[in-house]
Design a protein. Structure first.
Length: 451
């Protein structure tokens, strides 16, 4: 990897590790001055998880990220951490000091002054020192059937802007995960609550909800599935996904009312004009890989294929269920005996085979040997609810409609506005090609090339 490539893939953070009671900051000696230590992390991975892991590995300090600020001028970003505990050798290269003792640029000094309360201002509860201790007391007050003794092991995955995801280890019994969701995902807590009521066996046990923080706490159930799994496990995943969906068939109103997206067939048909218009705008601004293709013909075929598939799904009269546009192995937890599903901010109400297809596509790309067992188990799980004709037809229609539903998400309003984003443009074109190829397979015309 070249130096220029490394600079694109990595990002530097100056870390201000704050002692909560004295509000002193841990600093390193730099000649005759003191400075904030710097950690370098991978740009595209979880920021809070990487920073806290770096601080623990280098200085044996247990900490949590409370706030962070990106760089706007090429200087290192800054992250504010709360000091929690120190290992045997922790902190020997640093010492606590007051902010005015540290050599720091004006922008970062003002940020820290605001955070420490020297310039006033009201901060979100999750952006304040001591919120982890508050979270522990909240859990202990809400879980009354047992006494929780935390073991000091804390793992933070996410933080900032109303979001949090953190694991608190316990000496006895399960660990606990606390998750908070800020805008635009504030609906996730209500969806999680509703699903926990109607399908408690297929979600991590929900033990408490904090309305002020828009947060909830769950018991830990095993670990997330990785890309190393087996036929037995993926068959169980498939069976449990179907059972979860089947248990929600009568809960459509409550799930839609609490913020679940609407991907019923009628709604998806209503998105078609905006979707096709977005493809047209994208094609005009994008160099086609195959310039002999007629974009007008492609647009016409795309609309015809989607409309026909959606009409046929409507006529199959398959009950709507909960769906998840972000279904992947990382969102499935397994303890060796059972699996549960988590992360419902991309939840939708619609045909169950849409979520099946999202995970089937994921497996076909990453773990192709598991794709067929997954499909077989899912089909078998639906045989008591659907006819063989309904199941087999949905298995052919889902590859056409699922990618379309995925790109439409919770509505088409943002499609045109996001066309200028290179990453979204690439995704949009890939989705279009996937729909066209699946449509050709449906109609016996495999092998053609599009955009």
């Amino acid at each position: 990897m070249t130096t220029s490539t490394q600079s694109l893939e990595q990002i530097a953070y100056r870390v201000a590790i704050v002692l909560p009671h004295s509000k002193e900051i841990m600093a390193e000696s730099d000649g005759d001055s003191l400075r904030l230590p710097t950690v370098t992390i991978q740009r595209w991975d979880r920021i809070a998880e990487q920073i806290t892991a770096n601080v623990k590995a280098r200085w044996s300090l247990q900490s949590v990220v409370v706030d962070s600020a990106p760089s706007t001028d090429g200087s290192p970003c800054v992250a504010i951490l709360e000091f929690l505990s120190c290992g045997v050798n922790g902190g020997h290269t640093m010492r606590p000091c007051h902010l005015d003792e540290i050599s720091i640029d004006t922008k970062h000094r003002e940020l820290l002054q605001e955070f420490l309360g020297e310039k006033g201002g009201i901060r979100s509860p999750l952006l304040q020192l001591g919120w982890i201790d508050q979270a522990k007391r909240w859990l202990q007050a809400n879980i009354r059937d047992r006494e929780i003794q935390f073991d000091g092991d804390i793992r933070q995955l996410n933080s900032g802007a109303g979001f949090a995801l953190i694991r608190l280890g316990a000496l006895v019994g399960p660990a606990y995960w606390i998750k908070a969701a800020g805008a635009p995902n504030r609906h996730e807590v209500a969806i999680t609550e509703t699903l926990s009521e109607c399908s408690p066996s297929f979600l991590p046990p929900l033990v408490a909800v904090h309305r002020t923080w828009n947060a909830w706490a769950m018991e830990e159930v095993g670990t997330a599935l990785t890309d190393v799994t087996d036929v037995r496990t993926i068959s169980l995943v498939s069976l449990n996904l179907a059972r979860l969906q089947q248990q929600t068939t009568s809960h459509g109103k409550s799930l839609l009312d609490c913020g679940c997206g609407d991907q019923r067939t009628k709604t998806l048909r209503g998105y078609l004009p905006a979707f096709i218009d977005g493809v047209d705008k994208l094609a005009v601004s994008t160099t086609l890989e195959n310039p002999v293709n007629d974009i007008a013909a492609i647009l016409a075929q795309l609309e015809t294929t989607l409309r026909a598939a959606l009409d046929e799904i409507r006529d199959l009269r398959i009950p709507n269920t909960i769906n998840n546009n972000d279904m992947k192995l990382a969102n499935i937890l397994f303890d060796g005996r059972r699996c549960v599903f988590t992360d419902w901010c991309h939840a939708h109400w619609g045909n169950p085979f849409l979520t099946f297809q999202h995970l089937q596509t994921y497996l076909a790309r990453r773990l192709p040997d598991l794709a067929t067992p997954f499909q077989n188990a899912y089909s078998e799980a639906w045989t008591t609810f659907l006819s063989e004709v309904q199941i087999q037809r949905m298995l052919t229609l889902a590859p056409v409609v699922a990618p379309y539903a995925y790109i439409c998400g919770r509505g088409t309003e943002s499609l045109a506005s996001r066309v200028s984003d290179p990453g979204f443009r690439k995704l949009y074109l890939r989705i279009v090609e996937r729909i066209m190829v699946a449509g050709d397979h449906l109609n016996g015309k495999e092998g053609r090339t599009y955009v």
